[in-house]
Ligand binder design. Structure first.
Ligand code: GLU
Length: 582
């Protein structure tokens, strides 16, 4: 009986993988703001000594070169990140923030670093309201109001001081050289500029760099040089992160934010006061593994919850693209996102009951709410504490942009890092060759709900907006076996959890798991990735009570598996990235 079931499963898995390879790109859709339409199928990359994966070949190459000359995983991540800032400017950079997980093999210890942007001292809870009404999303994003104190340079410096091997300045050389010699505009960057043309055109410095004299997006292949960025990099290479948080670059950032037509309050004092934070990573069991991620305000808690709920269902017996797989994954997602929406905020300002929300007894009770044949629809947040807070419902609109990279060095150290300026091109404010984030729109635009209750994730001076970013590392017998992460706005939690189920339950390799058509629920409709075979599941899912949305789900997963046979890297076919190893 058992054998029969297994062979039926193997046949279904084979069929699924065939369908997966035949998954077609979305046709005729408008370019999405992130410019990620279209897929380029990729193959698994195998390596013995070290491996780098990032969202652009030049960034991967920069990290790979550092690894080859003896840098460690942290060094490689820094070199790749600086290059990404140049060649994938819409997604991350010095004007933004990041979360980093670093596994130190010699110490056998996982570290996590929070370089999330923070609200300036002058930011007010009602800063996104005008005449009592929330600003439109466009008004809020393309503004000085949205700019948080950047965290990237500080967190890279903190992590490099703790773990780097090569000199800091050396890691800047590849990006400086490329900023001066220029790089070719890729199809994705072109589409991304095109999709954000009016926002970029409204800011003179951004328009000068990203648009031609007629105000059009630079065509694919155009060589874009960024001497201003090269100069900023040189200043940071010589002066450390201080070169961004004080002095001329800081003054330019503050001036740009304060002279915007919707000015923000960012000040020199805010920049000088910014600190990256080393946090305790959060870890929990999933089957025979231990999954670790970024504590609040990061997205790791929701990943833990989603997996902790799914653990109560035999996912390995449901083929990857079956109705059951989508049903249980979406239901677990509803429950995890319900808690996330309600409880998650900066723990320095709000009590987040992290341990209670991860408690296996609590997660078992949440899993028991799931019915095999009927969707929960919209789930309510749970009550893991006898007397919990009474938060109101916020209004956030997190846009998919961001980037993720992974690096493994020949000593077995591992980095998994998610990095962001929030929406595509962030606030569109371009200063000294890089863009400033709009991360403060990850806060609720309203401080209280309609009943007057405070929202946990409201703006407060010095607070970090809650994030879905979930760099993740999985351990087995105390050794790292998987490291991955994704961009994708609030869908990041689903992307990461789905890829983990892919490798841990379905036995897919990392490339197959990353390429899986996306499905899941963020506690609203059940989402199916457009242009994939998942469309055929819409009707059977509706019969189980799911409201279905078919749309683009632009991810950008990058990951690595550390196996007895060596390293295996994967890059998302939805972006232009690459895994490369030796
Ligand atoms: N700003 C988002 C967050 O921190 C990430 C945006 C994205 O991934 O596209 O959750």
């Amino acid at each position: 009986m058992q054998d029969k079931r297994l062979s039926r499963f193997s046949a279904l898995l084979a069929l699924t993988l065939t369908l997966l390879c035949a998954a077609i790109p979305a046709q005729g859709a408008d370019p999405d703001p992130e410019g990620s339409s279209g897929r380029t199928e990729k193959s698994l990359v195998q390596a013995q000594r070290f491996l780098m994966a990032a969202a652009h070949p030049l960034a991967t190459q920069a990290g790979y070169d550092v690894l080859r000359k003896g840098g460690d995983a942290m060094d490689a991540a820094i070199a790749a990140q600086l290059m990404l800032n140049l060649v994938e400017p819409q997604s991350s950079g010095l004007g933004g923030g990041a979360f980093i997980l670093y596994y130190d093999q010699s110490e056998d210890r996982l570290h996590s670093y929070d370089g999330r942007e923070s609200a300036p001292a002058g930011a007010a809870p009602d800063g996104f309201l005008k005449d009592g009404k929330p600003l439109t999303y466009g008004q809020a994003v393309n503004s000085g109001l949205a700019v948080g104190v950047p965290g990237l340079a500080r967190v890279l410096e903190m992590a490099h001081r703790a773990h780097g091997v090569l000199p800091w300045a050396e890691l800047f050389e590849p990006a400086i050289g490329r900023a001066e010699s220029g790089f070719a505009v890729t199809p994705r960057l072109h589409l991304s500029i095109e999709g954000n043309r009016s926002g970029l055109a409204a800011h003179a410095a951004a328009a000068d760099y990203f648009l031609d004299e007629q105000g059009r997006a630079w065509p694919v292949g155009h060589i874009l040089k960024n001497p201003a960025f090269a100069a900023s990099l040189r200043a940071l290479a010589a002066g450390g992160a201080d070169a961004l948080y004080e002095g001329e670059i800081a003054e330019s950032i503050v001036r740009a934010v304060r002279t915007h037509e919707r000015p923000g309050s960012l000040s020199m004092e805010d920049l000088a006061a910014y600190r990256a934070i080393e946090r305790e990573p959060i870890c929990g069991p999933y089957r025979e593994y231990r999954v670790c991620g970024m504590a609040p305000p990061g997205g790791g808690l929701a990943v833990q919850q989603l997996l902790g709920i799914l653990e109560h269902f035999p996912m390995s017996q449901y083929p990857p693209l079956s109705v059951d797989a989508v049903h249980y994954f979406a239901e677990a997602g509803r429950l995890a996102y319900a808690d996330r929406d309600y409880y998650l905020a900066d723990p320095a300002f709000v009590h987040v009951p992290t341990q209670a929300l991860m408690d296996p007894v609590y997660l078992r009770a949440r899993a028991a709410l799931i019915q095999p044949e009927l969707s929960l629809g919209v789930a309510e947040p749970g009550k893991p504490l006898k007397s919990g807070p009474d938060w109101g419902r916020g209004q956030e609109s997190v846009q998919p942009s961001t980037s993720h990279l992974v690096a493994v060095d020949d000593q077995g150290n591992v980095v998994t890092m998610t990095t962001s300026i929030e929406a595509a091109f962030g606030s569109k404010i371009f200063v000294r060759g890089f863009l400033l984030n709009n991360e403060l729109t990850d806060f609720s635009r309203v401080p209280r709900d309609a009943q007057g209750k405070w929202v946990a994730n409201r703006v407060e001076p010095g607070k970090r907006p809650r994030s879905a970013m979930s760099p993740t590392m999985v351990f087995r017998h105390d050794q790292p076996v998987v490291a991955l992460g994704a961009p994708g706005g609030t869908a990041i939690v689903n992307f990461v959890a789905q890829a983990l189920v892919g490798v841990l339950d379905w036995g897919l390799d990392i490339q197959q798991a990353i390429a899986l058509p996306h499905f899941g629920s963020r506690n609203a409709c059940t989402e199916l990735e457009a242009g994939t075979v998942l469309g055929s599941l819409a009707q059977p899912l509706r019969e189980r009570g799911h409201e279905i949305c078919v749309h683009e789900l632009p991810s950008g997963l990058h990951g690595v598996m550390l196996t007895p046979q060596g390293l295996q890297g994967g890059a998302d076919p939805r972006r232009e990235g690459l895994a490369l190893g030796d």
